[in-house]
Design a protein around this ligand. Structure first.
Ligand code: WT7
Length: 657
């Protein structure tokens, strides 16, 4: 295959970390998992599914006759909330802490499985009293507090469908999502604590519903978290605490078909309209439970697990609300931001609860790295034994820092690749088996089949970058886009016949490890060479001057596209180097040295912040607008919309070389 069809990926990583004998001896996942799944993939998934409680056992594993619309375990019946709650209480684990909640102001609560079950049963009865029935949609717009978990579990328990909208989204986004799903009920709070302040949420709900914009909504259930004043619509609004106190604590969970819809979660696509990704019950719970246990090596009787994701994202659904509770884990939920009251907050939480498994995103890791090791080193992090990463490629430098500083130089890191659409982890090392390689997500999990193809659909060998596809259906796969089956087929199944196209570039290295190279829309073509944005970013952040970097391809008359890099500098390193250092030249040369002259950025733009979505993804689309000197597009999903004004103002002012 010709060079211009390849994504050049020239960084070489040679470090390896084999699992320690002590870890291997106690590991949940054993090498046989790979063999079993290889010998009989569907049988393997059936085995995993049978670890759940089925109200009615399934006899069929997969029905793919109506591809790409899959049915898994479709003649079985189960209740997801029963699996996450009642079964642990019935097994004698009612006194185990399910949630250690840490509020941002410093309040804390420990909630046992018995207590959580009681709350969910009461909330289920409240929903039933409000007329919510099987299949009805309920929008949830809440901060990161235990009641958000209770709300999701209660909706699922009665067979209704939740649509969680991240609390950072605006009233307009909320209207669009409520309306698309035709939600009957909204569950919210007066507000929540963020950056030391009580932030209001209820006004956004009032605004979203105002002027008859969402006629499907009949009631709003409000939990009072901050006790700030709220507008109250008589007859529509109900107080959560009063309603739960008055509700019966008895609720028998009935079984629903394995393919009963569980939730809709909106995610951005290439067009402006968000896609409502639909997940169903049995397959989703099977794969979230299996991956949570095996990838994180969860020993529920002794581990304390903490996933820092908000329930507004898929990671919060799969690895806060469903996987961990299904496995009977004890987990930490933290309401606030990492810098409140100071940047030591996360590490004091780890120390306080003796967190043993920590799952977070590279963007967070790099923020901490930027501030230096001295902050985490003020805390006892020795309880940590497994670290996880998700959301974007983790560059080897951040990986090493994560392992050395947070993982005491020995905790295995599981770099987990998956998507809102895949529902659960697909590619990841297994910590007691895999010899780790910093920066690589390494291998498809047992039960998952992936390939890397060129544009024409031909399978590529080692060291050739191409497009990542999933070649066999998997239990937690999306079942469609809400209300838009054609968009589902078109987006994911039309590029390569019968295969799921993930939208990511990837390659196998010389040892067969998978490297994710960023979204294919984040791939540039420079002088006929395809370069990955992720790779150049990784090269940039490997330089001591750079704290964070985002790279885009901008149109260029000579080379087709040119590399434009936006960087945040580390002030301390810069000062040490002296004020007359030519940062731009140094970094351009550094990239040329790390990857090759082809990857040398045309421009380095020094910025104070990068435009990010609330899930921490850099919005390259906006940076591309700046780099190509176009008016800046829609910024409504940015955490801080002023960032773009500052960046574009600075560049218009000609601050660069
Ligand atoms: C996209 C999916 C999965 C939960 C959070 C994001 C990127 C995700 C990794 C990883 C490299 C990753 C991919 C993917 N991504 N994890 N470990 N290494 N890239 O969910 O918002 O649906 O985004 O995130 O590009 O396609 P999402």
């Amino acid at each position: 295959m010709s060079a211009d069809h390849e994504i050049e990926n020239l960084l070489q990583e040679t470090r390896h970390f084999a699992p320690e004998a002590e870890f291997v001896a106690q590991a949940i996942a054993k090498p046989e998992l790979y063999e079993q799944a290889k010998a009989d993939r569907l049988g393997f998934w059936a085995e995993q599914a049978k670890k759940l409680h089925w109200h009615k056992p399934f006899t069929q594993v997969l029905d793919w006759s109506n591809a790409p619309f899959a049915k898994w375990f479709h003649d079985g019946e189960l209740n997801i909330s029963y699996n996450c709650l009642d079964r642990h209480v019935l097994a004698g684990n009612g006194d185990r802490v399910a949630i250690h909640f840490e509020g941002e102001p410093g309040d804390s609560r420990a909630i046992t499985y018995a207590e959580l079950t009681d709350q969910v049963k009461r909330a289920a009865n409240v929903l039933l009293d409000l007329g919510v029935r099987e299949g009805d949609r309920v929008a949830i717009y809440m901060p990161m507090i235990p009641e958000a978990v209770v709300a999701m579990q209660a909706v699922a328990r009665i067979g209704a469908v939740h649509s969680v909208v991240f609390g950072g989204f605006s009233a307009d986004s909320l209207t669009t999502r409520i309306d698309d799903a035709q939600a009957k009920l909204v569950i919210t709070t007066d507000g929540g604590y963020r950056k030391g302040r009580a932030l209001a949420l209820k006004p956004a709900v009032d605004e979203a519903l105002s002027g008859g914009k969402c006629p499907s909504v009949q009631n709003v259930l409000v939990y009072r978290r901050t006790n700030q004043d709220v507008n109250w619509v008589e007859g529509r609004d109900l107080d959560w605490t009063e309603a739960l106190a008055a509700a019966s604590p008895e609720h028998e969970a009935k079984g629903f078909n394995a393919e009963h819809p569980l939730f809709i979660l909106y995610t951005s696509g290439t067009t402006g309209k968000p896609k409502g990704i639909l997940h169903t019950t049995g397959g989703y719970l099977t794969q979230t439970t299996y991956t949570h246990k095996n990838v994180f090596d969860l020993h529920p009787e002794k581990d304390v697990y903490w996933c820092t994701a908000d329930v507004g994202w898929i990671t919060g659904h799969s690895y806060v609300v469903y996987g961990p509770l299904s496995n009977g884990a004890t987990q930490v939920i933290y309401e606030g931001t990492p810098e409140t009251p100071d940047w030591g907050r996360w590490w004091s939480i780890v120390e306080k609860y003796k967190v043993s498994i920590l799952y977070t995103a590279p963007t967070a890791i790099r923020s901490f790295m930027k501030l230096g090791s001295s902050i985490p080193k003020q805390h006892d992090l020795s309880s940590i034994r497994v670290l996880g990463s998700v959301g974007e490629p983790i560059n080897p430098e951040a990986w090493m820092w994560y392992r050395d500083v947070i993982g005491s130089g020995k905790a295995p890191i599981v770099d987990t690749w998956w998507q809102t659409e895949t529902g659960a982890i697909m590619i990841s090392p297994l910590p007691g088996i895999t010899t780790l390689k910093p920066g690589s997500a390494q291998h498809a999990l047992p039960g998952i089949e992936i390939k890397i193809l060129d544009e024409a659909g031909t399978e590529l060998g080692l060291e050739h970058a191409g497009l990542l596809v999933i070649t066999e259906p998997w239990p937690s796969m999306l079942r469609g886009i809400w209300g838009d089956p054609d968009r589902y087929k078109e987006t994911y199944w039309s590029r390569f016949e019968g295969k799921y196209f993930a939208g990511d570039g990837a390659k196998f290295d010389e040892e067969g490890n998978i490297w994710l190279l960023g979204r294919v829309d984040d791939v540039m073509n420079v002088s006929g060479h395809r370069l990955s944005t992720a790779e150049i970013e990784s090269a940039l952040v490997s330089h001591p001057f750079v704290a964070e970097a985002a790279v885009v391809g901008a149109k260029d008359e000579t080379t087709g596209q040119a590399v434009v890099a936006f960087v945040i500098l580390r002030q301390s390193q810069l000062e040490a180097a002296g004020s007359d250092a030519d940062v731009s030249k140094i970094l351009r040369d550094h990239v040329a040295k790390e990857i090759g002259p082809i990857a040398k950025p045309r421009q380095i733009m020094v910025v104070a912040e990068l435009p990010k979505t609330r899930s921490g993804k850099i919005m390259r689309r906006l940076l591309r607008d700046v780099a190509e000197d176009r008016p800046i597009g829609d910024v409504t999903t940015l955490t801080d919309t002023s960032v773009m004004d500052i960046i574009s103002g600075k560049i218009a002012g000609g601050a660069n070389d």
